[in-house]
Design a protein around this ligand. Structure first.
Ligand code: ATP
Ligand code: ATP
Ligand code: MG
Ligand code: MG
Ligand code: MG
Ligand code: MG
Ligand code: MG
Length: 269
């Protein structure tokens, strides 16, 4: 750009550079998806087609941004873990969050139209859009606790929604009656309503609904035994030099158990 006497206005801009050498997590969440899901007649409590669309969007994010090492999502949200030494946009927060929100919304819209029939295409006044925030976490424990927090949230919401929609769809209650029925109930009460009144064992519900979806960039054939013989950063670096190939894999497993993280020590360097 040529210099001009107007250029001083640029100096009013402010940047927030995220702390170096820390993991960044960016979470996107759908705007007004309660209404969005009503408008497009989502199946309740879990519309599989909508989950497939959000999952495809998350997978595409991982392919687009190699700095994403793990993604976890359920309902209308996804959290992306960036590697510690990520230098994407020089770690400028506004660039990162606006780009993530914008890419994710675009991918979701693309896959929506690809995965729905012509009469269910998106309407201009009801487009799916996502906001994004970035959080930096200084250590391994915080990261594991973060993903445990999101997965517990998925579990609590899904148990509630499964029971709520059973009471409405099979139990003939109005939404207000179902809501009142569930006020003050514990998890065990909801499990009992599902089992005694509807013959549903919550444990047998699909893993994707109960646990959400995880995409993780995994080192192919990572020799975990060799690492455990000598669990140091040096040894880990040496192993990674020999095993450079990685692939993105999908799971619906427990993130709360330490074993998921212990089996993949390379996520934390
Ligand atoms: P960045 O991601 O950093 O913004 P950029 O390639 O988008 O990189 P910009 O400075 O934003 O760089 O410039 C946008 C460029 O897009 C223009 O230089 C021009 O080449 C092209 N462009 C945008 N709109 C048009 C248009 N309507 N017709 C022709 N070219 C266009
Ligand atoms: P906000 O803009 O504040 O995020 P919201 O309406 O999106 O508001 P959320 O707390 O994000 O509120 O909840 C998302 C809602 O979207 C869920 O409660 C659920 O009703 C609906 N929803 C999202 N995905 C699905 C799905 N796959 N199947 C059924 N319902 C879904
Ligand atoms: Mg421009
Ligand atoms: Mg929200
Ligand atoms: Mg939302
Ligand atoms: Mg949400
Ligand atoms: Mg540009």
């Amino acid at each position: 750009m040529a210099n001009s006497r107007f250029e001083y206005v640029k100096s009013f801009e402010r940047e927030n550079i995220l702390l170096p050498q820390t993991h960044i997590i960016i979470r996107v969440d759908g705007k007004g998806f309660h209404k969005f899901s009503d408008f497009y007649n989502f199946e309740k409590p879990n519309d599989i087609n909508a989950l497939n669309i959000i999952n495809l969007s998350a997978m595409k994010m991982m392919e687009t941004f190699p700095d994403i090492i793990l993604a976890y999502g359920d309902s209308d949200e996804y959290s992306f873990l960036l590697r510690k030494n990520c230098e994407l946009f020089e770690r400028r927060e506004f660039k990162l969050i606006t780009t993530f929100a914008s890419f994710f919304s675009s991918y979701y819209q693309f896959y929506w139209n690809a995965k729905n029939s012509p009469e269910d295409q998106l309407k201009i006044d009801r487009l799916p859009t996502f906001d994004a925030r970035a959080i930096v976490y200084p250590n391994r424990e915080n990261i594991i606790d973060y993903f445990s927090w999101r997965q517990v949230d998925c579990h609590i919401n899904n148990l509630y929604n499964t029971t709520f929609w059973m009471l409405v769809l099979k139990g003939g209650m109005t939404t207000q009656e179902a809501e009142n029925r569930l006020i003050g109930t514990l998890s065990s009460d909801k499990n009992e309503i599902l089992f005694k009144e509807f013959g549903i064992n919550y444990n047998n519900e699909p893993e994707m609904f109960k646990k959400g979806t995880i995409y993780v960039r995994e080192v192919n054939d990572f020799p975990i035994g060799k690492y455990r013989e000598n669990p140091t950063i040096d040894n880990l670096q040496r192993i990674l030099k020999r095993n450079k190939k990685s692939s993105i894999n999908k799971y619906h497993c427990d993130l709360i158990k330490e074993s998921f993280w212990n089996d993949r020590p390379y996520l934390f360097i």
